[in-house]
Design a binder for this molecule. Sequence first.
Ligand SMILES: Cc1cc2nc3c(=O)[nH]c(=O)nc-3n(C[C@H](O)[C@H](O)[C@H](O)COP(=O)(O)OP(=O)(O)OC[C@H]3O[C@@H](n4cnc5c(N)ncnc54)[C@H](O)[C@@H]3O)c2cc1C
Ligand code: FES
Length: 267
Amino acid sequence: MTGEHKLEIISSDQVAMGVFRIVFQSAELAYESKPGQFLMVDCNIGQGSNESVFLRRPLAVHRVDVEKEQISILFQVVGKGTLALSKATAGDLIDVIGPLGRPIEIDSSVENIVFVSGGLGIASLTSLIDVAVGRNLKVTLLAGARNSYRLYPSQLLPRGVTEMTATDDGSAGIRAPVTHLVSQVQEKTDIIYACGPLPMLKALSEMAVDGTLTVNTIGLLESQMACGLGICKGCVVDTDLGDKLICLDGPAFDLREIRWESQFSPV
Ligand SMILES: Cc1cc2nc3c(=O)[nH]c(=O)nc-3n(C[C@H](O)[C@H](O)[C@H](O)COP(=O)(O)OP(=O)(O)OC[C@H]3O[C@@H](n4cnc5c(N)ncnc54)[C@H](O)[C@@H]3O)c2cc1C
Ligand code: FES
């Protein structure tokens, strides 16, 4: 059940430029967390922190290991909260609320699945990739980043994933936005799951509208979240089905249903 948990850090390491992974021991969260879900993380760690971080930060449940009863988070240092988290070490306790958000379930008819990750979008997609590989689906990951140093290391992906990369500077894969790779794989694809910066998700929506993208595409949206619990209404997104809350109704939405022209707060 969703609740507040004090989790002990088993390990913390840097896996790419400015990107950190923290592994926690938690039987409860390992059994309860599902792909697509996230935690609201209190970034005030240890007694010694001299500057407090107001409000919890939303971070995806990156990976789940039920056998070891562990879960992990993966984050890019972008500000005060993630900087504080990057300094946490094994043995530290971190307070989280979760798991939150609607779990994603892959339809039983799906055989070929494509993931599109922009930047740290991979953090939210990996647990779903693990499930897809576990079901022996044909899994392709289109991974985009500013440069090769910022890409999630391929060796951390489960075996069986076909990876194609795109970088802004051409240091890995093609030199282009990651969305340019979609046309190469979509013919035999049943569904696409995408997570990354808002312009990337918007570009995929536009491709769906102009007919370049013909596959059903689910986007995991991000926004600043004050509560993560449906209380503050700060994460509203305008959709064809009315106003939705990213924290309660999402973060996964059919990209064709998002009304991009309206004002809403994803960053
Ligand atoms: C459901 C959900 C899951 C997420 N999962 C991950 C994850 O697994 N890994 C990860 O690295 N990030 C994830 N994010 C984004 C993460 O929450 C922000 O990067 C984080 O809150 C920034 O906190 P900060 O204190 O370090 O930065 P702040 O000082 O709060 O902000 C620094 C910069 O980051 C931007 N920012 C702040 N909050 C967000 C946000 N929620 N989304 C995007 N940009 C933001 C600000 O506009 C500012 O430019 C997720 C967001 C949501 C909503
Ligand atoms: S973050 Fe408060 S309602 Fe969604």
